[in-house]
Design a protein around this ligand. Structure first.
Ligand code: HEM
Length: 482
């Protein structure tokens, strides 16, 4: 944007595909099946020039911004110019699939960013305990005989349980109906949001009523979670906000912030359901991808196993010990780098009239791996190696050695966007990284895994810009042999 000859007007932004009225509708339909290819084509053609191109969607143009410089500006842009919430609404139709109360008052983001993150050390023993129990109960792998499991549904069940240990605590986090309801809700929100977006705006409320199962999920959640929240509200009324024996979980942290009509059973139940949506789908997809990568590249299992055993021998199982599992961290980050969950991320809508010179539209930023050596190659320990090199170079410079943290799973950068970047970067990433690292560490020291077909990674499923790990993809598990 420093280039004075470059002006962002709709007319000057190159199109990938056709510009004609009918042909662009045809392209918009084609985009549903071919978004990753079209966006890659746009990137290859335009990233070296002005770094912006557009593709036709059914009722709008979508502008794609590439390259670190522009991505950084998108991440830093104020909400009254590039709106995160309007962008998310456009893509996920949250108002229709979850409700306006959540999208118009997202106070839970603050709770996640502050209380949840701060409590990760204290709550780690519960996370660890739930991982052990959930792997045993859900995987049911008890012997050295190989057993195949569909990875995505299995890991969704594990992630839902581990997350809810911190969200709502025992015994509800092990209640099968409660967990299944949260998993189903998360799947429905993703699916129905994408489908609703295929209709013109005036039809969306009607379509939403017909295709979402929001009301059913909400009723089940009220039945199962409602009594716990009712009891917490009652205790607060009787004994004040810091009553003795108050649980250290997400319900309590939400109650610390919620005001007015948000302090009711239905409002809090919906809030917990919405947080489950944000947490379950994303984390279980990331872990599924990591398992597909591990099964396809089994040579990474032993070094990670050795690292975890060494760290645990010295420090035991703790949140701090996870920080020293550099190979596990690197492996997960590399898997996220190559399997971003979407062909484009960081959806924004231009809401200011003077805006970015875009009159309207969603701005997207596309993750491209070009800043890395052999960008398309899976190199599980690439970031661990970078950290080791950096440490060796800056041995005597403590300030420069801080830079190694920039290659950790939780660190956001303009060349690594699975969690976004800038002010709306995922506030749940600290929790997600703790949970996923602890799960991977547990898995490598307790199980052997291998691909269903040696060297073959199950193909991803594509719908529009969303890229999901193959929901039917399987992996073999057995109790570790040595
Ligand atoms: C591997 C797991 C996860 C991935 C890949 C992920 C990814 C993302 C991304 C890409 C964004 C949007 C960033 C942007 O547009 O700039 C986001 C936002 C968000 N995520 Fe996550 N997420 C994950 C886990 C979680 C978890 C576990 C939680 C909750 C505990 C969570 C809660 C949220 C919330 C509330 C937002 C909205 C932030 C805002 O409005 O400022 N996420 N996440």
């Amino acid at each position: 944007m420093d280039d004075p000859s470059f002006s962002y007007t709709v007319d000057t932004i190159p199109i990938v595909g056709s510009s004609g009225l009918l042909s662009s509708y045809r392209d918009a339909l084609g985009f549903l099946a071919n978004a990753p290819t079209l966006i890659q084509q746009g990137y290859d053609e335009h990233h070296g020039h002005q770094g912006v191109f557009r593709v036709a969607r059914l009722f709008r143009w979508e502008y794609v911004v590439c390259g670190p410089k522009l991505v950084k500006e998108v991440g830093a842009a104020p909400d009254h110019v590039l709106s995160f919430h309007a962008g998310v609404q456009e893509v996920f139709q949250l108002r229709h699939v979850i409700g306006a109360a959540i999208s118009d008052n997202p106070y839970h983001q603050h709770t996640i960013r502050t209380s949840l993150t701060r409590n990760l050390h204290t709550c780690f023993p519960e996370v660890r305990d739930e991982i052990i129990c959930a792997f045993n109960d859900v995987l049911q792998v008890q012997s050295s005989d190989w057993k195949t499991l569909p990875v995505l549904p299995t890991m969704m069940a594990v992630v839902a349980r581990v997350s809810n240990r911190i969200f709502v605590g025992l015994p509800l986090c092990r209640n099968k109906t409660y967990l299944q309801n949260n998993v189903q809700f998360a799947i429905d929100v993703f699916r129905s949001g994408q489908r609703i977006a295929l209709f013109p705006a005036f039809l969306r409320p009607l379509v939403a009523r017909l295709i979402t199962s929001k009301n059913k999920s909400f009723a089940t959640a009220v039945k199962l979670l409602g009594p716990t929240i009712e009891e917490r509200l009652l205790k607060e009324r009787e004994m004040g906000p810091d009553w003795p024996g108050k649980s250290n979980d997400l319900i309590s942290w939400l109650l610390d912030t919620a005001e007015g009509e948000e302090r009711t059973v239905p409002a809090l139940v919906l809030r917990v359901l919405a947080i489950n949506f944000a947490a379950i789908h994303t984390s279980s997809m990331a872990f599924t991808h990591a398992l597909f990568d591990l099964a396809t590249h089994p040579e990474y299992l032993r070094p990670m196993r050795e690292e975890v055993e060494l760290v645990v021998k010295k420090e035991g199982w703790s949140k701090a010990a996870l920080n020293n599992m550099v190979k596990v961290d690197s492996f997960l980050r590399e898997s996220q780098r190559l399997n971003n969950g979407a062909a484009s991320v960081m959806h924004r809508k231009v809401v200011a009239k003077e805006g970015f010179s875009f009159s309207d539209g969603t701005i997207l930023a596309y993750l491209q791996a070009a800043n890395f050596d052999h960008p398309t190659k899976f190199d599980g320990f690439r970031f661990a190696q970078e950290r080791a090199n950096h440490m060796a170079q800056h041995e005597r410079d403590p300030l420069a050695s801080q830079d190694i943290f920039k290659r950790q799973m939780i660190s956001t950068a303009v060349d690594h966007l699975p969690f976004g970047t800038g002010k709306h970067a995922c506030p749940g990433r600290f929790f997600a990284a703790t949970e996923l690292k602890a799960m991977m560490a547990h898995l490598v020291v307790n199980y052997d895994i291998r691909a269903e077909v040696e060297g073959v990674r199950p193909l991803d499923a594509v719908f529009g810009t969303r890229i999901t790990p193959n929901p039917a993809g399987k992996v073999y598990f057995r109790k570790r042999m040595d």
